[in-house]
Design a protein around this ligand. Structure first.
Ligand code: CDV
Length: 302
């Protein structure tokens, strides 16, 4: 059975605060149709793809905050995206803000799902590494309030059988931490789907601003190579409500090579034919999991 998938990273330009959910979903559907014209099997949308990245703003009113969340997926507004994907027989990965009712408790996560070509949700991930702060910082040019609006993910780093391979998800800041990739890699993950909203400016540590693109790419290339996995990384790009984001959507091969990269800061598909069998060279040849050093670290228990 062929294990080659044509995959699109669906970079998005800014979403304005006045854009409605149906308008954003029309944009996503437009990208999905373009991806199908390129014979894509799978399209990867960004982190919180249905709204502007609202953690950049201080919002006091909980009802106003909750308007950026999805209580069900698919829900009445997102159903057309699921319907169109099933009609086109294209899979997708969607980042979204998840409102989850756990008995009496309402919980909020920064989440993503994998949807197979028949429209079934086959995997869910909740972002583990939440950056930023929970307090208001009026002297900063924008906020970074993920710690206020979300709680850390409680699902670990799951890997799913999908698209003929082993697939995992990461969300934005997760990509900077080697253990995110390692947790996936040790489960045999072959393909990582990842969305991100990365501002060019880091208000507390501006000395890193000139390195924003470099650190993004460095993390992806190291994670891909050291774990023998494909990584499809999809940005929200451009200046969104005054916040400049780096863009730089890319697909990285298990060799660590960047094989496709965005050329704009707007809505754009970054496409590559990804052969999942290429992972074997790195997983089995360069970094065999049974390597004695890995056993010494206590990461393998059997
Ligand atoms: N959405 C993110 O997780 N953004 C962070 C920024 C705030 C540093 C990132 O790691 O890109």
């Amino acid at each position: 059975m062929p294990r080659t998938l044509t995959i699109a990273a669906a970079q998005m330009g800014p979403i304005t605060r006045s854009e409605t959910r149906p308008q954003v979903i029309e944009r996503l559907i437009g990208l999905m149709r373009q991806a199908k014209q390129h014979n894509c099997d799978l399209i990867v949308f960004t982190e919180c793809a249905l709204t502007p990245f609202f953690p950049h703003w201080w919002i006091a009113n909980q009802a106003e905050i909750d308007a950026y969340f999805e209580a069900t997926l698919p829900g009445p507004q997102t159903q057309p995206l699921f319907d169109e994907a099933a009609r086109l027989s294209i899979g997708f990965c969607l980042g979204y803000a998840e409102l989850h009712h756990d008995g009496e408790r309402t919980r909020r996560f920064n989440s993503a799902v994998i949807v197979e070509r028949d429209g079934r949700i086959v995997g869910r991930y909740r972002k583990v590494h939440l950056p930023g702060h929970a307090d208001q910082r009026p002297s900063n040019p924008f906020q970074n309030l993920e710690k206020r609006y979300f709680e850390p993910g409680n699902l670990g780093f799951p890997v799913f059988e999908a698209f003929g391979g082993k697939v995992g998800m990461l969300i934005c800041n997760d990509r900077r931490w080697p253990e995110s990739y390692r947790c996936l890699g040790l489960q045999g993950c072959e393909l990582v789907l990842l969305g991100y909203n990365t501002p060019r400016h880091f208000p507390e540590y501006p000395e890193t601003d000139r390195l924003a693109d470099f650190h993004h790419q460095l993390s992806l290339q190291a994670g891909a190579y050291q774990n023998g996995m494909w990584i499809v990384a999809t940005a929200k790009a451009g200046v969104e409500e005054g916040v400049e984001q780096i863009g730089g959507s890319m697909i990285v091969a298990p060799s660590g090579e960047v094989v496709a990269q965005a050329a704009t800061f707007g809505d754009e598909l970054v496409i590559h034919r990804c052969d999942l069998d290429l992972c074997r060279t790195y997983k089995e040849g360069v970094f065999p999991a049974r390597n004695r050093r890995v056993e010494h670290y206590g990461l393998l228990t059997e």
